[in-house]
Design a protein around this ligand. Structure first.
Ligand code: ATP
Ligand code: MG
Length: 427
């Protein structure tokens, strides 16, 4: 026997039994984006490596160890996108969408990171990303947070998640704070783990993000970011908080929330849950006013977030959101005998013309009545249409109710569409 192939570790097939939940969630997300006036943009999965290095930052988990990078035949270094913001800003600059304009954009698709696969953490995973350009105030941030909260409510998971917010200040106050941190951690160098030592001079803020239990008390006593934020950013943050409160949202100010990517300033936020083990963040984002300039465009303000679709699906499945949702056929069309098989195809096409929302499987590959009924039953269809040679002679068709205790009916071909239409399948 030949050796079988397996998918790459951490890159999952999404199987037919799983795709209905994806469809339902995707339809909900599209509606949500339209409710808030966001337009979809679709970017390629591959970009120049330098784009991610320059935007995400050289000393970040993603760029240091998680990117799928290779040298193309043209000698370009290319990378499978690990996130969408960099590509979105690149596309926005390239097509002049960000120049003296306001834009509200979203995208959804696979992202690639070479991490240790575990539940809720994959090497190919999906994100919905939302980015607004040209809005300087906290109003757009509040709206983005309200949008996500509306989604949690629709999915029935709003009691499972908590909103954490923080402000990073402007780049100057961040630089000053960074100096303080380096001094502080240098004075306690012997307590730093390997990762933190590496970050000490390159990205000391990320030390605050460490999950290593042995370092927690050292981090607790480190200088606080909030005490070193500039006045304008503080005021921005105060306005954000009061708008969130006015909108009825509760939140936690989390002084240690710094985010793993370099491009953020001022507001950062994360929605966290304790229902997914260690993979607790389902949605994360913030303001990144410096990025378009950094990537060669005209400077413009920006704010956005990304949510992890797999983690949100897990929570929503757990909450029973998909319990009643099915994409099983409404109708299974049984045909026995040569002329009946031909007629079945003709009748089915007519039904599809007249009832475009009807989900119907026409039996292919023959088989006796018993075998076809078995297939109809397994398909989970509610109704079997039955066409034998006698029915063809009389131009009628049998309607059998597979899930209800209801006697079989017979219907003329002319009235079939109207009859099926009257059943009002609910999904
Ligand atoms: P984490 O701290 O879990 O590694 P992150 O800070 O790297 O997350 P972001 O880059 O902010 O994550 O991505 C936004 C969201 O995408 C995360 O909150 C999470 O829900 C999801 N996500 C990130 N990495 C993965 C992954 N490898 N597999 C599945 N979902 C992921
Ligand atoms: Mg990560």
């Amino acid at each position: 026997m030949k050796a079988k192939f397996q998918a790459i570790k951490g890159m999952n097939d999404i199987l037919p039994e799983q795709t209905p939940a994806w469809h339902k969630l995707e339809a909900l997300l599209l509606q949500l984006m339209q409710q808030y006036g966001y337009s979809e943009i679709r970017m390629p999965l591959v970009e120049k490596t330098a784009l991610f290095k320059r935007s995400i930052g050289e000393v970040t988990d993603i760029v240091e160890k998680e990117m799928y990078t290779w040298t193309d035949i043209s000698d370009d270094s290319l990378t499978l996108r690990p996130e969408g913001t960099a590509s979105c800003v690149r596309a926005g600059i390239e097509h002049g969408l960000l120049y003296n304009q306001q834009q509200k954009l979203w995208y959804m698709g696979p992202m690639f990171r070479r991490e240790n696969p575990q539940k809720g953490r994959y090497r190919q995973f999906h994100q919905l990303g939302v980015e607004a350009f040209g809005f300087a105030g906290p109003d757009v941030e509040v709206e983005q947070i309200l949008l996500t909260h509306r989604l949690w409510r629709a999915l029935g998971i709003d009691n499972d998640v908590v909103l954490h917010i923080n402000t990073l200040g402007d780049s100057e106050s961040r630089a000053n704070y960074r100096e303080l941190l380096v001094t502080y951690f240098n004075a306690h160098k012997e307590q730093l783990d390997e990762d933190s030592l590496r970050r000490l001079n390159s990205n000391p803020l990320r030390i605050l993000d460490s999950k290593n239990p042995a370092m927690q008390s050292l981090i607790e006593q480190a200088p606080k970011l909030s005490e070193h934020v500039d006045e304008a950013s503080k005021e921005h943050f105060e306005r954000l908080k009061s708008m969130l409160t006015a909108a009825g949202l509760t939140f936690q100010v989390n002084d240690r929330l710094v985010r793993g990517l370099d491009y953020y300033n001022r507001t950062v936020f994360e929605w966290m849950t304790d229902k997914l083990g260690a993979q607790g963040t389902i949605c994360a984002g913030g303001r990144y006013d410096g990025l378009t300039d950094q990537l060669g465009g005209q400077a413009t303000t920006a704010s956005g977030f990304a949510m992890g679709i797999e983690r949100i699906l897990s929570l929503a499945i757990e909450a029973g959101y998909f319990a009643d949702y099915s994409e099983a056929p409404h109708v299974y069309f049984i045909a026995m005998g040569e002329s009946a098989e031909v007629q079945a195809m003709v009748l089915a096409e007519k039904l599809r013309d007249e009832l475009p929302h009807l989900r119907m499987v026409v039996n292919c590959g023959g088989g006796n009545f018993k075998k076809q009924f078995k297939k109809a039953d397994r398909s989970a269809a509610k109704i079997a249409l039955i066409l034998g040679e006698d029915e063809v002679q009389q131009q009628v068709i049998g309607i059998k109710f597979l899930r209800d205790d209801r006697v079989q009916e017979s219907c003329s071909w002319n009235e079939l569409a109207a009859q099926l239409g009257s059943f009002e399948f609910t999904d």
